[in-house]
Design a protein around this ligand. Structure first.
Ligand SMILES: Nc1ncnc2c1ncn2[C@@H]1O[C@H](COP(=O)(O)OP(=O)(O)O)[C@@H](O)[C@H]1O
Ligand SMILES: [Mg+2]
Length: 267
């Protein structure tokens, strides 16, 4: 594993080319003509009303569904299954209840390379667990963790394979506001330390602005990119960023974009 001070190289280039998706056997058109080039190491977010196709887009990027039109490329190779070097996290931490934190964190290595290889990664796992503030809970079971702690464990499990790209589908949506703010700070720090590309789906306009280099506002179904907002607030961002004179300006810009594209979801 890289030491935290070493900035990892990240040359993973994701390209979404004119992707549309209609769910097979239905006339539900979830996505329409989405094209995005993602700069390696950048932090982008998708925001839009419920049901506008955000998860569909992320699932297509994760190779979990094949879009009915267009293509998704990683370094010019078409994604046609879960790609290497890409970590995924969903709203609900899907930890296995019968495995401890560290056993859950090591699971991707165990599935990929076997139990012996997983054991050899114990130190790496402990170091990530420490980074997210879960030290002391490595032998706890998911039932003994709070919602925020379970999401931290899920972050560790995603990071153990050292992915260059993190695909996050409302990862902190179920957490209370304060925990979510803390997790956002940690996510920012993890992303910048590892120079990871992050693609975040969120409902929260302030969260999108706070974390992102670029916010993609999506219209109601079929989801299209209705507006692209470049957020050039200084980094690293912290609680003072919320008081930066431009912060409210970007929030308002995203809100206006979403209103144009039908209704903001303020939950
Ligand atoms: N497997 C599926 N089969 C049919 N329709 C689906 C399926 N998954 C999602 N949908 C529909 O596609 C649309 C987009 O869904 P989704 O990508 O989950 O939206 P979001 O994540 O933005 O809330 C919604 O109308 C949803 O009901
Ligand atoms: Mg969704």
């Amino acid at each position: 594993m890289n030491s935290p001070s070493a900035i990892a190289q990240n040359s993973t280039q994701y390209r979404i080319e004119d992707v549309s998706h209609t769910f097979p056997g239905t006339d539900i058109e979830a996505l329409k003509n989405v094209s995005i080039d993602i700069k390696p190491g950048s932090f982008i977010s998708f925001i839009g009303p419920s049901g506008c196709g955000k998860s569909t887009l992320l699932n297509a990027m994760a190779g979990l569904l094949t879009p009915s039109h267009g293509q998704i490329l990683i370094n010019d190779d078409q994604v046609d299954g879960p790609p290497d070097g890409v970590g995924i996290m969903f709203q609900k931490a899907t930890l296995l209840p019968w495995r401890t934190t560290i056993e859950n964190v090591l699971l991707p290595i165990e599935l990929r390379d076997g139990a012996k290889a997983a054991k050899a990664h114990t130190d790496d796992a402990m170091s990530i667990i420490e980074t997210v503030g879960l030290k002391g809970f490595e032998n706890a079971y998911p039932g003994e963790l709070s919602g925020g702690m379970a999401q931290r464990a899920a972050i560790c499990r995603m990071l153990i394979t050292e992915p260059d790209v993190l695909l996050l589908d409302e990862p902190f949506g179920a957490l209370d506001e304060l925990t979510r703010e803390r997790m956002d700070l940690e996510l920012q720090s993890i992303a910048s330390t590892r120079n990871a590309t992050v693609v975040l789906v969120t409902h929260s306009i302030p969260e999108a602005v706070f974390l992102s280099d670029t916010v993609y506002a999506m219209s109601a179904r079929p989801g299209r990119i209705s507006e692209i907002i470049e957020v050039d607030l200084p980094r690293p961002r912290d609680m003072d960023t919320l008081n930066h004179p431009d912060f409210a300006k970007f929030v308002s810009r995203v809100r206006t974009a979403l209103n144009k594209g039908h209704g903001v979801n303020d939950d």
